[in-house]
Design a binder for this molecule. Structure first.
Ligand SMILES: C[S@@+](CC[C@H](N)C(=O)[O-])C[C@H]1O[C@@H](n2cnc3c(N)ncnc32)[C@H](O)[C@@H]1O
Length: 296
């Protein structure tokens, strides 16, 4: 279904994929964020089921940082030398937030819109006795009491596509940072969104495009959350994603007043999308990107 053919409000929503117009006004941005919050509250059951494993993983001194993230962070020196406070935006179940403590941060803060995700994160904190401050809110509403507190703002691995206003998002990153603080992002490359999900060879998915692209659907891929026990896909909440071209991500940070330190495009990934695509094909495209920028 294309963006000009939305179902009437009285029609049942079976959940099929839909092309959407990018959200251009604040109400629509907030409506999509609220829908995503409900969808992640449903999907958070998978995270809750993984709690015990995550707790054991952390309790054994492990960190869930991706090698690309660790390389980027270590370019600033050991975290223990410079990171008094790390703020993790879109922290989900808190595994990566608490991993920042393992990496050497003195204190960590996690922010997420989903109540169920934050509840999982609190429980993970309790079970591991690793302390953190958790805030349940839209990233765009991250409380002002955190302004100027972050040596590091950390986010990514499936974060930016859920945000529908990048200018406001970048303003939040900027206000959270201390002078000289850095933001490090590692996320899916927007080019991935152009590729057909099911195909066994690299080909463009129909109707996708790199610029001004948004879509919505119900249900989660098996490669991430998969089926949710007890909720049929048609009864799940429709969730909304946005493809942010790489240049728009970098420009949003620059426009917010940050100075670019590092920009990377990577063949590596942090999950396994495209279930039928051989590794040799995956390796031909940029699967992820990373950006580090500094508050002057
Ligand atoms: C795919 S997860 C990625 C998080 C983490 N990297 C992980 O691997 O679990 C995306 C997270 O973003 C959160 N989220 C989505 N939209 C948000 C918003 N507007 N404000 C804050 N959190 C949001 C969701 O609740 C979810 O926990």
């Amino acid at each position: 279904m294309n963006a000009d053919k939305q179902p009437e409000p009285h029609e049942a929503d079976s959940g099929e994929w839909r092309l959407e117009r990018p959200a251009t006004d604040e109400n629509e941005v907030r409506r999509r964020h609220a829908a995503n919050r409900s969808a992640f509250n449903e999907g958070a059951r998978t995270y809750a089921a993984e709690l015990e494993r995550a707790a054991r993983f952390l309790a054994s001194g492990n960190s869930n940082m991706h090698p690309v993230e660790r390389r980027n962070l270590e370019r600033y020196g050991p975290l223990s030398d410079w990171c008094r406070t790390a703020v993790h935006l879109q922290c989900a179940g808190g595994l990566d937030t608490l991993s920042l403590l393992v990496e050497g941060a003195d204190s960590v803060v996690g922010v997420d819109i989903s109540e169920a995700m934050i509840e999982s994160a609190r429980e993970l904190s309790r079970r591991t006795a690793m302390s953190a401050r958790w805030y349940c809110c839209d990233v765009l509403d991250t409380p002002n009491e955190l302004d100027g507190s972050a040596d590091l703002v950390y986010t990514g691995r499936g974060a930016l596509p859920w945000i529908h206003d990048l200018t406001e998002w970048a303003a939040v990153v900027e206000r959270l940072l201390r002078p000289d603080g850095v933001v490090c992002i590692y996320d899916s490359h927007p080019f991935q969104a152009m590729i057909s999900w099911e195909s066994s060879k690299l080909e463009l998915a129909p109707e996708t495009r790199y610029f001004d692209y948004a879509d919505s659907e119900k249900g989660w891929s098996d490669e991430y959350i998969g089926e949710i026990e007890g909720i049929d896909v048609s009864k799940q909440t429709r969730k909304y994603e946005r493809v942010w071209p790489l240049a728009e991500v970098v420009q949003a940070l620059i426009d917010a007043g940050l100075a670019l330190d590092r920009l990377g495009e990577h063949a590596e990934d942090f999950w396994r999308p495209f279930p039928a695509l051989p590794d040799s094909e995956r390796a031909r495209i940029p699967n992820t990107f990373s950006v580090c920028a500094r508050k002057r």
